[in-house]
Design a protein around this ligand. Structure first.
Ligand SMILES: Nc1ccccc1C(=O)C[C@H](N)C(=O)O
Ligand SMILES: [Zn+2]
Ligand SMILES: [Zn+2]
Length: 210
């Protein structure tokens, strides 16, 4: 089975949080200038596109991105589809199949035009977190820029997840991805002291019986 890219392409027009640093790629030297090589430089927010949040993003005492276990971001993941909701509640999760898979990707389809930063998204009800913890979830990924409502200042879902030891992946592209079991790779960069990192996230289906 081939790997499927579930990452947003990075370009100067990629929407970012209102007021956050825009993505920029430019040449430090072009081949013509240097005589030998093109060399680029990138400026971006750590929360651009498909990215993970380190707990330090919302908790001064939380782990930094270089302290996170790489094993969280590689391995079996379940994809579930929960479209057309204002928020994801425990009852929605209870309707799905569970069992032994510690990574969960939720396709909400609630960020329709990825060229524009969304005003409203389907978010995670913090009351659903104990259920996720009970199912042994350690990583949750959504197809929206935040697990909380866009205008949230208190970030209750971020905090509830972290209190339950569940790590966060945001901005995955799950259009056309069917429910099922996949392998996931979405490694953050080892940015020392970082609050988050862009990731290249890929999945590939695995047979349920494996
Ligand atoms: N980058 C920002 C700039 C300003 C205000 C919030 C953010 C966020 O990133 C918050 C969001 N809850 C996030 O975890 O991605
Ligand atoms: Zn983030
Ligand atoms: Zn976040």
């Amino acid at each position: 089975m081939t790997w499927i890219d579930i990452s947003q392409p990075l370009h100067s027009g990629i929407p970012v949080w209102p007021g956050d640093a825009p993505f920029q790629y430019e040449f430090t030297y072009t081949k013509e200038e240097s005589g030998s090589v093109n060399v680029g430089q990138v400026q971006m927010s750590t929360h651009t596109g498909t990215h993970i949040d380190a707990p330090f993003h919302f908790d001064e005492a939380g782990s930094k991105v270089n302290e996170l276990d790489v094993n969280l971001y590689i391995g079996k993941a379940r994809v579930i589809h929960l479209p057309g909701r204002e928020k994801i509640k425990a009852e929605d999760l209870m309707e799905k199949e569970w069992g032994g898979i510690s990574r969960l990707l939720i396709r909400t389809d609630s960020w329709r035009d990825r060229n524009v930063f969304p005003e409203e998204i389907c978010h995670l009800d913090p009351d659903a977190v104990p259920y996720l913890k009970k199912q042994g979830i350690r990583l949750i990924g959504l197809d929206v820029p935040s697990v909380d409502p866009i205008d949230s200042k208190t970030l209750p879902a971020h905090h509830a997840l972290w209190d339950a030891g569940i790590h966060i992946l945001e901005g995955a592209v799950l259009d056309n991805v069917e429910e099922g079991i996949y392998e996931l790779m979405a490694l953050p960069l080892p940015i020392l002291g970082g609050d988050g990192s862009p990731v290249r996230a890929v999945i590939r289906p695995v047979a349920e019986s494996l």
